[in-house]
Design a protein around this ligand. Structure first.
Ligand code: TYD
Ligand code: MG
Length: 468
């Protein structure tokens, strides 16, 4: 007889407990425990994630072999994965609703029509998917003849056991599950989307992928807080996590690999949502480029590197007198604690009185940036807004700012400088501790700063800041 057990799970991290707890001891989240029934039947094998009849092998006897990869033909997608989909891998595509997860997944069988794909949808009808297919197919004729999606099979189904059986009988070479929150397994008595279901389904899909050597793509929704809904545990089970960033209202989308067992995690791909699906943006720097009038204050351009690519990105700031007692500090796309640190450095080391000011920061294009090389541009944008003096739109910044106000060098400075020069910038501010190859100065003026104090000397009184 199957035994029913009541278990409490943390909604945030998947921590399991026999009783309710106010605060999750694993991730520290308050009021996140939810109760679920679990049927423990004797047939449920414990999850191993590997073929069940494996034998121990000496490590020296294992052949060195590259993973077999399926190249989909969607170049940016293949690149983020590290050169294509690895056979037998489990890939999670996460993102907010409406960001383009279903669109990107459907583009794969259309781009690679020889790949027999089973697209399982628990959210949309076959007709709806067909309509989306018509839209994306018109955009993909480059990949060797018109894209027909001839080998793409649609299955509106939510029962996991049926899905796996159909995938086997069809002989699918790629399985896409849209989405993990809508499917359920008979083995567990809990509703679809609950933590125990997500965990069980993901584990079963992983077993299927490893045993059949078929890659499986699962789509997962993201909660408001930006974590993949359901437990973090999903991220631990899968081989690759690709996450969509950006605003669903904005046309640009960034797909970033945040975990990759078969490649680098510092890859990202940039897409633009068009009438006919997601289009790759080949030169992303241009997309984040300044699109403002000349001489506007509060704007500075950072030469950053994200993943393995240099970008020039516009940083916007607005500084105004605090209307209420407590000044507001808010930032989109940039860590607000880091912004506060930079404000404190400005106050302490340079004497700018910003404590009675509201400071807002925004990164253009909906990108989230973590590169410390953006510090100097953030500082410049804040100062520019504070004094209402525009920075020349042909100036870029690439340096980190330290706690004592020192301007520190950043990695790969030459690539940043070359990218700025290539895009027509005529001046770049870097740290005086940078070693820059000799030839670069011919292409662009390189201004070296050693302390944040010089920025006021350098930028404010001179023509570099053009008075509006
Ligand atoms: P979708 O891929 O369904 O998002 P998700 O699966 O992540 O929830 O679609 C995202 C949005 O993109 C949707 O609002 C419609 C729009 N869209 C286009 O603008 N052009 C297109 O060609 C397609 C297919 C969708
Ligand atoms: Mg969808």
């Amino acid at each position: 007889m199957a035994k029913v057990k009541k278990v409490w799970f943390c909604r945030n991290c998947g921590y399991e407990s026999a009783k309710w707890l106010g605060r999750c001891p694993s991730c520290g989240e308050w009021n996140a425990m939810v109760e679920e029934n679990i049927v423990q039947s004797p047939q449920i094998s414990s999850f191993s994630g590997m073929p069940s009849k494996a034998q121990p092998v000496p490590i020296t006897a294992i052949e060195n072999r590259d993973e077999e990869r399926i190249v989909s033909g969607l170049q940016e997608f293949d690149r983020v994965l590290g050169g294509g989909l690895v056979k037998g891998s489990l890939v999670l595509i996460g993102g907010e609703p409406g960001i383009g997860k279903s669109t990107l997944s459907l583009q794969i069988p259309f781009a690679c029509s020889r790949l027999k794909t089973l697209y399982v949808s628990g959210e949309e009808s076959a007709r709806q998917i067909k309509l989306r297919g018509d839209r994306v197919s018109s955009a993909l004729p480059e990949a060797g003849g018109p894209a027909t999606g001839a080998n793409c099979y649609i299955l509106p189904e939510i029962l996991l056991e049926n899905i796996l059986e159909k995938a086997k009988s069809l002989g699918a070479e790629l399985l896409i599950i849209d989405s993990i929150q809508t499917i359920y397994s008979q083995r567990i008595d809990a509703s679809a989307g609950s933590i125990s279901q997500i965990r069980e389904c993901a584990a079963a899909l992983l077993r299927f992928a490893k045993e059949s050597n078929v890659p499986v793509i699962i789509i997962g929704h993201i909660t408001k807080e930006g974590i993949i809904a359901g437990p973090k545990i999903l991220e631990h089970i899968v081989d690759v996590v690709l996450q969509f960033e950006g605003d669903a209202k904005n046309a640009y989308r960034v797909v970033r690999s945040i975990k990759n067992r078969f490649g680098s995690t510092s890859e990202l791909a940039v897409y633009r949502m068009t009438d006919s699906g997601l289009k790759e943006v080949v030169n992303p720097s241009e997309m984040f480029m300044p699109m403002h009038e000349k001489g506007l204050s509060g704007i500075a351009v950072a030469a950053m590197i994200d993943g393995t690519r240099p970008f020039l990105i516009e940083i916007q700031s607005l500084v105004s007198s605090a209307a209420y007692g407590m000044p507001q500090r808010s930032s989109t796309g940039f860590d607000v604690r880091r912004m506060n640190m930079l404000l404190a450095v400005l106050e302490k080391r340079v004497g700018f009185k910003l404590s009675q000011k509201d400071v807002f920061l925004n990164i253009a294009g909906g990108l989230k940036i973590t590169d410390p090389a953006c510090d100097l541009a953030v500082v410049a944008a804040i100062l520019s807004s504070n004094f209402d003096l525009g920075i020349s739109e042909k100036s870029a910044f690439a340096a980190e700012v330290g706690l004592s106000g020192e301007i520190r060098p950043v990695s790969q400075i030459e690539r940043r400088i070359s990218e700025a020069a290539k895009l027509g910038f005529d001046r770049i501010y870097v740290s005086s501790f940078c070693d820059v190859a000799a030839g670069l100065e011919k292409k662009i003026e390189i201004v070296k700063l050693s302390n944040i104090r010089e920025i006021s000397k350098y930028l404010l009184p001179l023509h570099r800041f053009e008075k509006k």
